[in-house]
Design a protein around this ligand. Structure first.
Ligand SMILES: *Cc1c(COP(=O)(O)O)cnc(C)c1O
Length: 575
């Protein structure tokens, strides 16, 4: 039969010939499949079960990892992937070398030196103080306690009260502090976990959330919860996305895509909740590059993240483009407005947003959640942030519910169990006290100050280069002439504390109400510092150095930097 169909041309076949031919082809295919099936049956019969299982697992793994590797290379491109691989291997080899005896000893010495210096700056060892490593046998009198307070505040520290600290303290004025203390007194031991005991507190929380939803132009379905701070809000946004992705799409190996500048809270969330985090390189405007965002999306993507603005450089990511992408691929989009809080949401209301001011809030249809720190530019007492969602399904994805606990039916909206009512009362008090007018004014003062600072640097300090074009309250700068970390150290001797950034080495100032009118002084100090550094022959900071908070001098960001950070945290608990 086969011979008949040699040298065939189906274009010239008649109907019956065609039928024969297709019958023949079908038989052939069946035979081939049949043969394969027989082979498989034969294989299963003759091969040991263990080997079969081994083979299945082997091919499954090969397939799984090939998909992962191919997706990675597709997402980051060949050149970047090779660079990443190189860095990974170099780090690995470097670690091995450092763990060998001759290097190890030297490294231990260096680490100890750094840790000793951290300890010297942080731990009080003054004989004039009283120490309480154990409970005092008899309770102290009020006056004795106040005496201790006085001694602590008399110590040398960064001069935040005079507006010389970047960020850290978002102070709304003396009168607010008085009111916040009153709120604290009244709600000191109250607990949001028990709304029946504290109905007023429940009302306050719901109103604070509602006020924030309004500021970020949430739709009717918008909702949210309060949390203990920006990090918790980010943890909750990632948790909600993870649970939502699992429910909606059955995703079990979740991935998040965020710009390299995204706050460390997102890294922390991924670390805690077992999520893979893709970091998107920056474009020339220092925003997450949209080309990478697009290529890194796959069937495991549970969340896209952008910041408005980001912490390091105060730059707003391209949220409009992210929103489009999120809609196209039906992936949730979180906008981190922790820092932006009552600045970015007030730009339009304060009349500071020009036509080209970028959109960033719920008015963009792809935005599904927003975090806003009431304890930053909302001026609430520390320990206060809001996480908002487009709808209730997303919000309930962050809830924890347990129906069979012996302690009773249990449900809690956020990560903590008991929640400090005093902080919520302090937040509510702050917001209703300042009101719309108050926040408009602080927005104008702070943004005005930051923009004045930016202009002054660009016009008067050629040694410093502003990073990107920050339009809000944070301005970052690097230097190709002097070591910016040394500059930061010089300023800290004069009581100023600017934040040190890395990759590239840079400093930033997050302006607050307190620092907004200290700008000429700061510019002057920067100029004096630069002059001094240049006279001492300072050169630009190397790419591989960085600074740990609260320490003098920079460290090389090699393999040992982990140990220094861990040691720094250990130091916090030294008595
Ligand atoms: C401050 C900040 C956060 C959260 O920080 P917390 O210290 O936990 O309040 C998150 N994102 C950005 C951009 C921030 O600046």
């Amino acid at each position: 039969m086969a011979a008949e169909f040699r040298n065939i041309d189906i274009r010239t076949m008649g109907m019956s010939e065609l039928r024969d031919y297709s019958e023949y082809m079908t038989t052939l295919v069946f035979m081939m499949v049949g043969y394969e099936v027989m082979e498989l049956i034969e294989y299963i019969k003759t091969e040991s079960k263990v080997n079969i299982l081994k083979n299945i697992i082997f091919y499954h793994l090969v397939l799984k990892y090939s998909v992962k590797i191919l997706r990675h290379i597709y997402g980051y491109g060949v050149i970047k992937s090779v660079k990443q691989l190189y860095t990974m291997i170099a780090k690995w080899i470097f670690n091995i070398i450092l763990s060998l005896p001759p290097a190890k000893k030297q490294v231990n010495k260096e680490v100890q030196k750094a840790l000793d210096s951290i300890e010297d700056t942080l731990v009080i060892r003054d004989p004039n103080f009283r120490y309480f490593n154990e409970l005092p046998q008899h309770g102290l009198s009020n006056d004795e306690i106040f005496d201790e307070f006085e001694k602590y505040s008399g110590m040398k520290h960064n001069d935040w009260e005079n507006g010389k600290v970047s960020g850290a303290v978002y102070h709304g004025g003396k009168e607010l502090i008085y009111l916040q203390a009153k709120a604290f007194e009244k709600y000191c031991v109250s607990n949001q976990l028990h709304p029946d005991a504290f109905p007023g507190l429940r009302k306050m929380e719901s109103e604070v959330v509602s006020m924030c939803l309004n500021l970020f132009n949430a739709p009717e379905t918008g909702c949210g919860t309060s949390s203990s701070g920006g990090t918790e809000s980010l943890l909750l946004a990632c948790l909600s996305a993870k649970m939502f992705g699992k429910k909606q799409k059955g995703i079990t190996e979740p991935e998040i895509i965020a710009p390299e500048t995204v706050h460390a809270g997102i890294d922390k969330a991924c670390y805690y909740f077992g999520i893979k985090l893709h970091k998107v390189p920056l474009n020339k405007y220092f925003q997450g590059d949209m080309r990478y965002f697009k290529r890194l999306i796959n069937s495991n993507t549970i969340l896209l993240v952008g910041s408005a603005p980001n912490f390091p450089h105060g730059i707003i990511d391209d949220i409009e483009a992210l929103s489009k992408l999120a809609l196209k691929y039906k992936i949730p989009l979180h906008v981190d407005c922790c820092l932006g809080s009552f600045i970015v949401s007030y730009m339009e209301r304060a009349g500071l947003a020009g036509k080209s001011f970028p959109k960033f809030d719920f008015r963009l249809p792809g935005v599904t959640s927003i975090s806003c720190d009431t304890h930053k530019y909302g001026f609430a007492p520390k320990g206060s942030s809001i996480i908002m969602y487009r709808n209730e399904e997303l919000r309930s994805s962050q809830y924890y519910v347990s129906t069979d606990w012996i302690g009773g039916l249990y449900g809690s909206p956020t990560l903590s169990g008991s929640r400090p009512g005093a902080l919520m009362a302090g937040c509510w008090t702050t917001m209703v006290k300042l009101g719309d007018d108050g926040y408009k004014q602080t927005c104008r003062d702070i943004v005005g100050g930051a923009q004045y600072f930016k202009q002054k640097i660009m016009d008067n300090i050629p040694e410093l280069q502003v990073i990107g074009d920050p339009i809000l309250s944070v301005v970052a700068f690097e230097s190709n002439e002097v070591n910016v970390y040394d500059l930061g150290d010089l300023l800290s001797k004069k009581g100023w504390h600017l934040s040190a950034l890395q990759n590239p080495p840079a400093l930033h100032v997050a302006f607050t109400v307190l620092s907004a009118d200290k700008i000429d002084e700061l510019i002057n100090e920067l100029q004096v510092g630069i002059k001094q550094l240049k006279e001492n022959g300072s050169t630009a900071a190397k790419g591989d150095t960085a600074q740990v908070y609260g320490t003098a001098g920079s460290v090389s960001t090699g393999a040992v930097v982990n140990r220094i950070i861990e040691g720094f945290i250990d130091t916090l608990y030294k008595v």
